[in-house]
Design a protein around this ligand. Structure first.
Ligand code: CAO
Length: 441
């Protein structure tokens, strides 16, 4: 039996303590030269440590989540060809070899950068990549070389699956398999929430506006940049339909005013009633309290009721989430709404304050308007837009009577919700808001 050869992490530039995110082999496996043994991932790139020669894996010396740096021991291999494994008569010294304790130790060739070769990612690799999975120039995403190899074997263009289901949106083998399944079903890129790069849109117009008059350039706020990217994706990838309706809130308004007088320290606006009404409607129509899974084939139904509220701040739109809104009364909701709005405007919201929403409400009722198309906050499947209530003459069967009418605009993901269901949801909302006793049940 040939002496096992130690395989160490090669020169990977200045990176230290990089986590092992995938074990690609196990002891006893036969491997070919350059076959990936483990995948490592920095915050900039994913790469494999390849086998320096063909042979049999005798031991794997790292486990998932371990962190490694240049020279860390990864595995031992019993070479298939003992002669090939012998050190070269005129070995070219490498930093990793110089550091090796055992004479039999060799460094694996430099790993491949598996993500887009961004300028900052290039520093990750000190030597040309040697692996079965070469650098993919166009792919702006994280996928291990093993996943890339798998995708290439199946002829899948990874750029069409832009968001993976793995850690930090990494593409996994399952994402590729799901993509192939959808492709075979004739729907790749259409129903899949994970696919957005296949839109093949025209490039953005490049215009020198100064040709037409004086201009000034003002940077978008950080919030606008982040929310803008999300809004653009959601608008492009979700087939939106907006169902408009009106709720008669004449009685609700009288009760709201009374409640406001009894709780002068709080601001009780129509929004708290809307939150209650939405929870009731989500309970009655569970497909609105749901998200499509990463493969776009299953609906994840939620048994909790966390409601996102769009808040306008000087720096842009943020959507903090009121958790367990089903367990809170009108006064509690008013208090929490006041707190999260103040927190949003004081820029004190943390990421946790904006996560976990099931359904969002965007209320422009304090400003005006008669209706608008709110953009769904993915991965939610619907959002309620609220405009300004107005007194209108409403026919009661005998005569026109003055009623306070509240415009509702329900945008929904038509892949998940049918038009009839959306009409029922909106009508139910209007009914709940119109009959305050039901809302308070
Ligand atoms: N019809 C008539 N009046 C309304 C109303 C409606 N639908 N909704 C609120 N009002 C009234 C309130 O009662 C309040 O009046 P009073 O002080 O006399 O009671 C006034 O309008 C201002 O309300 P508000 O906007 O401060 O409070 P709110 O609870 O309705 O909303 C919040 C809170 C945080 C959602 C809101 O301030 C906000 O930021 N809205 C903008 C959301 C947004 O930008 N959405 C667009 C997303 S797409 O870009």
């Amino acid at each position: 039996m040939a002496t096992p050869i130690e395989v160490k992490v090669p020169d990977i530039g200045n990176y230290q303590d990089i986590p092992v995110i995938e074990l690609l082999v196990k002891p006893g496996d036969s491997v070919k030269k350059d076959q990936g043994l483990v995948s490592l991932e920095s915050d900039k790139a994913t790469m494999e440590v390849p086998a320096p020669m063909a042979g049999i894996i005798r031991s794997l010396l790292v486990k998932l989540g371990d962190t490694v740096s240049e020279g860390s021991l990864v595995a031992t291999i019993e070479p298939a060809d003992a002669e090939a494994a012998a050190p070269s008569p005129t070995p070219k010294p490498k930093p990793a070899e110089a550091a090796a304790a055992s004479p039999a130790a060799v460094s694996a060739p430099a790993p491949a950068v598996a993500t887009a070769p961004r300028p900052d990612a290039e520093a990750f690799v000190a030597k040309p990549p040697i692996t079965a999975a070469p650098v993919t120039k166009e792919a702006p995403l994280h996928a291990s070389p093993a996943v890339r190899l798998f995708a290439r074997e199946l002829g899948v263009d990874l750029s069409r699956i832009s968001v993976g289901s793995g850690r930090k949106n990494r593409l996994t083998k399952e994402d590729v398999q799901n993509f192939v399944k959808r492709a075979l079903a004739g729907s790749a890129g259409s129903a899949a929430p994970a696919s957005g790069d296949g839109l093949r849109l025209l490039p953005w117009p490049q215009v020198d506006f100064s040709k037409f008059g004086a201009t000034e350039s003002k940077a978008l706020s950080r919030i606008k940049k982040i929310s803008g990217a999300n809004l653009a994706r959601n608008w492009a990838m979700i087939p939106h339909v907006t169902q408009n309706d009106e709720a008669d809130i004449t009685e609700m308004e009288a009760f709201r005013k009374k409640l406001g007088e009894e709780n002068k320290e709080l601001k009780i606006t129509p929004l708290v009633f809307l939150i209650r009404a939405c929870v009731a409607a989500l309970k009655k129509f569970p497909s609105f309290n749901a998200s499509l899974d990463a493969g776009g084939e299953n609906l994840i139904l939620k048994k909790y009721f966390h409601i996102g509220i769009a808040v306008d701040t000087p720096d842009g739109l943020v959507v903090p989430v009121i958790r367990d809104a089903d367990q809170k009364g009108l006064v509690d909701l008013a208090r929490e709404l006041g707190e999260i709005s103040a927190k949003a405007r004081d820029k004190k919201l943390g990421p946790a304050d904006m996560q976990g929403g099931c359904f969002s409400i965007s209320s422009l009722g304090g400003i005006g308007g008669t209706g608008f198309t709110p953009i769904i906050n993915a991965p939610e499947v619907a959002i309620l837009g609220v405009s300004k209530s107005a007194m209108k003459p409403v026919w009661n069967g005998k005569e026109f009577t003055p009623r306070l009418m509240l415009p509702l605009s329900l945008s929904y993901d038509h892949r998940v919700v049918d038009g009839a269901e959306a009409a029922r949801f909106a009508a139910y909302l209007a009914q709940m808001l119109g009959d305050i006793r039901r809302l308070l049940l």
